[in-house]
Ligand binder design. Structure first.
Ligand SMILES: [Zn+2]
Length: 299
């Protein structure tokens, strides 16, 4: 059982796959789509011969997204601008795998209310990538996080199954079910009371390939990876987690952490170290949407 937990959650902090970095589309933000989150109205795909032209973000309450890749693939965001101020986005994956309900019923805590309370106390904006299964298990918390302007909730799949064949031992979801899993997650988030989940998706384990990016293109989401691995999964030494974050953060960084006491018990304590230190260094905490929006290049 423990082994099973480890395998599942380690998948959330997988190092960025070097071989996939060429797929990223950092810095090509486009104006917010007309419909949000636009799962029902796919954006027109870009011409296949050249990258899409970046457009400035129009004044709007719609979240900014990246333009699709050259062949209409789901765009991938890894970090924000390195030259537009010292901003950093803390992201927290609220993991819960589809088959973990019985363990939650037996008392295992996949939530982390202390972490959310600490972020609120420290006034740290953050982006929570939530699985649909987590929202079903903790609807009051999902709703509360979703209503708090300090936070934004994005999609971490419904089942937390892998979108590639080999991803830290996670069960794999078939290509023809990928989009449905993402949409099932959005439905679960809305049922829990999250009114405006962001059109951002984080692959379980960060594992993706061209097939996955193609399968999710109609879902009209921006895939969000990271450039800083906190190493908080199963960590018991909060100082080590904090050190790792502090060593790696650069302007525009996206840090991946977790919002689950069961598999990331030291995260809240690490945050209490990381936040004041990064602020002392002049960093400002922002949500992922701000990093993506700031990537827009005016014509
Ligand atoms: Zn995860």
């Amino acid at each position: 059982m423990i082994r099973s937990v480890r395998r599942v959650t380690l998948a959330c902090v997988g190092a960025t796959l070097a071989s996939l970095t060429s797929l990223t589309a950092c810095g090509t933000a486009q104006a917010p789509p007309a419909a949000h989150p636009a799962l029902s109205t796919p954006r027109p795909t870009a011409p296949s011969s050249r990258p899409p032209t970046p457009r400035p973000t129009a004044p709007s309450s719609r979240p900014p997204t990246l333009a699709p890749g050259p062949t209409g693939l789901t765009p991938v965001f890894e970090h924000g601008s390195r030259t537009h101020g010292r901003t950093v986005a803390l992201t927290f994956d609220a993991d819960m795998t589809a088959d973990q309900g019985p363990r939650a019923a037996a008392g295992e805590r996949f939530d982390n209310p202390r972490l959310i309370a600490t972020l609120r106390a420290l006034k740290v904006p953050a982006t929570v990538f939530m699985t649909g299964r987590w929202a079903e298990q903790y609807p009051a918390q999902a709703r509360s996080i979703g209503r708090d302007p300090l936070f934004e909730i994005a999609n971490h799949s419904y089942s937390h199954y892998a979108f590639t064949g080999d991803c830290y031992g996670l069960p794999t979801i078939s290509q023809d079910r990928m989009r449905a899993d993402v949409e099932r997650a959005y439905a679960a988030l809305r049922r829990a009371g999250v009114q405006e989940p962001m059109p951002y998706f984080r692959f379980p384990g960060g594992c993706y390939d061209q097939r996955a990016l193609k399968a999710l293109a109609p879902a009209d989401v921006t895939a969000v990876q990271w450039d800083v691995v906190s190493g908080d999964a199963f960590a018991t030494d909060a100082d080590a987690v904090a050190r790792q974050v502090l060593e790696k953060v650069r302007p525009g960084s996206v840090v991946v952490m977790h919002c689950t006491t069961s598999a990331a018990p030291a995260t809240e304590e690490a945050v209490r170290t990381v936040v004041p230190e990064l602020r002392r260094q002049g960093f400002r905490f922002v949500k992922v949407s701000e990093l993506i929006g700031a990537s827009a290049v005016p014509r």
